[in-house]
Design a binder for this molecule. Structure first.
Ligand code: 13P
Length: 286
């Protein structure tokens, strides 16, 4: 069932868990993530970032993501991750995405607020939810830029949330996209302060490589959406490689199945840690 992301995050706030937001790049990943969600009865978000659209064009993968969400028997929101241009955000909304992110984290705060407000106005016309980012998560979604971490100022987060009225707010607490070069040390002091000052559901980007213990502490302290990208791609690649090495691939459809299995295993593991298991059936969808 295709749902608005805002509804999923409100339920996660009420029942104290986080919704996994899984990046996908092809049909096999979509099938694997949805299979894990249906099996564990977890609400989920399927997402793709604007920088990935050179590999997976939005006009092709977008309708596939929406159709898969509609056909799923658990609630699924479909989200544009790290939207950078208004035309891409508008295209995602036209295709039926139920949530879009505007990433103005690299802009001066006044400009980030101004453009986020414009995006929010546009998204509301479609009945879609909006995510924005304050502070700066490290790295970049596709690893093409080495962006330094700039931890969120709790006071600025409070002002940003009040002025933009976004439905989800991504914050920077020492997290970064891609595989961490060394063990991440998340700034729980900042997270707790933001959680105290801001009532909007918070988003943790850069989920790959964060420990189970830290994930749990995050979703018990206001993080209600957790983004996972690299771990999915790595799990799919590993599953394919091990299947070849184990002599289990004898043709294209074995390869197809190995990709689905890789996405499925990774998503299922995360759903357990996020406490989203068994939350789909009695979810309150307003
Ligand atoms: P990872 O690639 O580190 O899992 O980050 C995902 C993400 O935050 C996408 O926006």
């Amino acid at each position: 069932m295709l749902v608005n992301m805002k509804d999923l995050l409100s339920d996660a706030q009420k029942r104290n868990y986080a919704v996994g937001s899984f990046s996908v790049a092809n049909m096999e990943m979509v099938l694997g993530v949805i299979k894990a969600a249906e099996e564990t009865r977890s609400p989920i978000i399927l997402q793709i970032a604007e920088v990935r659209l050179n590999h997976s064009p939005l006009a092709l993968i977008g309708p596939l993501m929406v159709a898969a969400a509609e056909a799923a028997d658990v609630p699924v929101a479909v989200h544009l991750d790290h939207g950078k241009t208004l035309c891409c955000i508008e295209q995602a909304l036209d295709i039926g995405f139920t949530s879009v992110m505007f990433d103005g984290s690299h802009l001066p705060v006044e400009e980030n607020i101004a453009v986020t407000k414009d995006v929010a106005l546009l998204a509301r016309e479609y009945g879609a939810a909006v995510e924005a980012e304050i502070g700066c998560v490290g790295g970049s979604e596709d690893g093409s830029e080495d962006i330094a971490i700039n931890c969120t100022s709790p006071e600025q987060a409070k002002r940003f949330a009040a002025e933009t009225k976004v439905d989800a707010l991504a914050i920077a607490i020492g997290n970064a996209h891609g595989n961490y070069k060394e063990e991440p040390h998340l700034r729980f002091d900042i997270l707790e302060k933001v959680h105290e000052l801001v009532s909007v559901p918070l988003v943790l980007h850069g989920g790959t490589g964060i420990s189970e213990k830290d994930f749990i502490r995050c979703h018990q302290s206001g993080i209600k959406k957790i983004n996972i990208a690299t771990a999915t791609f790595d799990s799919v690649e590993r599953s394919v490689r091990e299947s070849y090495e184990g002599g289990r691939i004898h043709g294209y459809y074995d390869l197809h199945q190995a990709e689905i299995d890789g996405a499925y295993k990774n998503a299922k593991r995360h759903m357990g840690v996020f406490y989203s298991v068994q939350k789909s059936d009695d979810i309150n969808l307003f």
